[in-house]
Design a protein around this ligand. Structure first.
Ligand SMILES: [Ca+2]
Length: 550
């Protein structure tokens, strides 16, 4: 953030203006409303869900509070001694991917003793509290200057099982470009703090080897997509721009302090989306939350699924965007939420959650109307040989109960009424375009038609194709692959390599775009000898003799 302390000062001067907002009800799209989950939280900073639905909330002054079955438990999960002046304190929390087995919870906080620094510690849960003396140091970060702002602190595990950590530049902008300090970096570490395989900088200082991305100012929050693993880092800007940056790929420089907002120079990565400082909705002072909204279940309408929601600290709004668009556009969602909200998160129940510092509260945003179905995961096209099993699976959300109907070439398939369609023992006649329609009392959603191609591996030799050749043939020294040009009328084709004992050594499937029908077949593993390359398509079959003589 630009600084909780400076911000409070600014807001103090215009508090009456903000109180005008406070008096108004929150503003959501029709059907949405805000529900209080828990209050009496002291200056909350971050939160995380446990697999069983309990919610852990960090208080800046050092306590991790537990919300269980809708109740704030009186005893904290843990309390650490922190220096909590300015933006320091207990700032981040992450749950181990194997929490159900190992009970590990990771926190990020500012130690109060000199020299002051932030550290990442691991604790082990024992019921609703951390086991006594279970704290293990995971990583000690660099000493802090006297500046109390720009500490970052967000932590999440990636799909690769590595712990990602976002760290501010400690109000020293040049830190962000210096790979030998953790300040101003986005780290990727093993859960014990050690350097993992696969980081972009493999040499140099201990700090450098843990860096995943750099050029960040105060990445107070970030989010990882639970299925794709995509990473969005929300970086708080200085004078002009708030940024959402895609840090999925390692080694990127996000530009600070040479750039803020869209970069002018080469060699830096542009944000996915920016918004400017200023008053009013869609503008603000500090991005303090962002989340991929792709839950396994939700009551929300389909238009919000797959979107990225984010919030501003000063102007009390939540916007969203489609992260899959080339140039995502900001779309309004909620306004009049009040100032100083943060930690926007998608709950396992498919609701958005966020913390309010002035209210000392955790809120969720719920949708109270029925919703028509929407498809979250469509079935995939498939090519099979006769006798194999085709499985088409669709996943959909919407107000239950959902009904499924499957069509082949626009004709309803009798008794295919589940989200999964299984065709045992496919025959050539099963090839076609399959489509699902999901419906409930409020509407329906149609899948994209997907194709099933069926290849007859037995086939009938077709002499008209005896001119098909493999090039080069014979295979001599240094030849890695041969190329076969398949006539377009073959359609999708299976290619097998068969040895002289009729043993199939390899098989691959190919479909062709218009005008593309050359297939490259790797042969570097074949020992010297005679082979057959067998092409199958529908009832056609043709065989090419291939000599390997290296
Ligand atoms: Ca930037």
């Amino acid at each position: 953030m630009s600084g909780w302390v400076p911000l409070c000062r600014i807001v103090g001067g215009i508090w009456l203006l903000f109180c005008g907002f406070c008096a108004q009800a929150q503003n959501f799209p029709d059907g949405f409303s805000r529900v209080l989950v828990a209050d009496n939280l002291a200056s909350p900073t971050a939160m995380a869900f446990l697999p069983d639905g309990r919610i852990l909330v960090c208080e800046q002054t050092g306590a991790v509070r537990v919300i269980k079955d809708g109740t704030l438990l009186p005893d904290p999960f843990l309390t650490v001694n922190v220096h909590s002046s300015g933006e320091r304190g207990l700032l981040g929390i992450a749950i181990d991917p194997d929490f159900e087995t190992n009970g590990y919870v990771y926190v990020y906080y500012t130690v109060p003793t000199a020299p002051r620094h932030n550290r990442i510690s691991r604790f082990t849960a024992d019921g609703d509290v951390a086991a006594e003396d279970s704290e293990i140091l995971v990583l000690r970060l660099d000493n802090l200057s006297t500046a109390t702002n720009h500490n970052g602190g967000a932590m999440h595990f990636g799909l690769d099982g590595k712990l990602y950590v976002a760290i501010g530049e400690n109000a020293t902008p040049n830190n962000a470009q210096n790979l030998d300090t953790y300040h101003g970096k986005f780290l990727r570490i093993n859960s014990d703090g050690s350097v993992p395989e696969g980081n972009p900088f493999t040499d140099g200082s201990e700090q450098q080897q843990r860096v995943w991305a750099y050029g960040l100012r105060n990445p107070y929050t970030f989010a990882i997509h639970r299925e794709s693993g995509r990473i969005m880092v929300n970086d708080v800007g200085q004078n002009t721009w708030e940024e959402i940056n895609d840090a999925t790929e390692g080694g990127q420089n996000f530009g600070w302090p040479d750039e803020e907002g869209m970069p002018a120079a080469s060699g830096t990565s542009a944000p996915v989306l920016v918004y400017s400082h200023g008053s009013g909705n869609g503008k603000g002072c500090a991005i303090t939350g962002g989340t991929f909204f792709s839950p396994t279940t939700t009551d929300y309408p389909g238009e919000y699924y797959g979107k990225y929601f984010y919030q501003d600290y000063c102007n009390g709004w939540i916007n969203y965007m489609d992260p899959d668009q080339e140039t995502p556009q900001a779309l309004p969602f909620a306004t009049n939420l009040g100032t100083f909200c943060l930690a926007l998160t998608t709950g396992p129940d498919g609701n958005l959650y966020y913390l309010s510092r002035p209210d000392g509260a955790l809120y969720k945003i719920v949708y109270g109307e029925p919703t028509p179905p929407f498809i979250t995961h469509d079935a995939e096209p498939v090519t099979l040989t006769e006798g194999e099993t085709a499985t088409f699976e669709v996943r959909a959300l919407g107000t239950p109960p959902l009904q499924y109907a499957w069509y082949k070439d626009d004709v309803l398939i009798a008794d295919a009424m589940e989200s999964v369609l299984v065709l045992d023992n496919v025959e050539l006649e099963d090839a076609g375009t399959y489509k699902v329609v999901v419906s409930n009392d409020w509407g329906s959603a149609e899948g994209t038609g997907i194709t099933l191609d069926v290849i007859n591996i037995v086939g009938v030799d077709d002499d008209r194709y005896s001119m098909i050749a493999a090039i080069p043939n014979p295979v001599t020294y240094n030849v890695q692959s041969v190329e076969v040009n398949v006539p377009p009328e073959f359609g999708p084709v299976a290619i097998s390599i068969v040895d002289m004992l009729s043993r199939e050594l390899a098989r691959s499937y190919h479909s062709f775009g218009a005008g593309q029908n050359a297939i490259t077949i790797p042969v570097h593993n074949l020992a010297n000898g005679m082979y057959h390359i067998v092409l199958h398509s529908g009832k056609r079959r043709t065989t090419i003799r291939l000599l390997v003589a290296r």
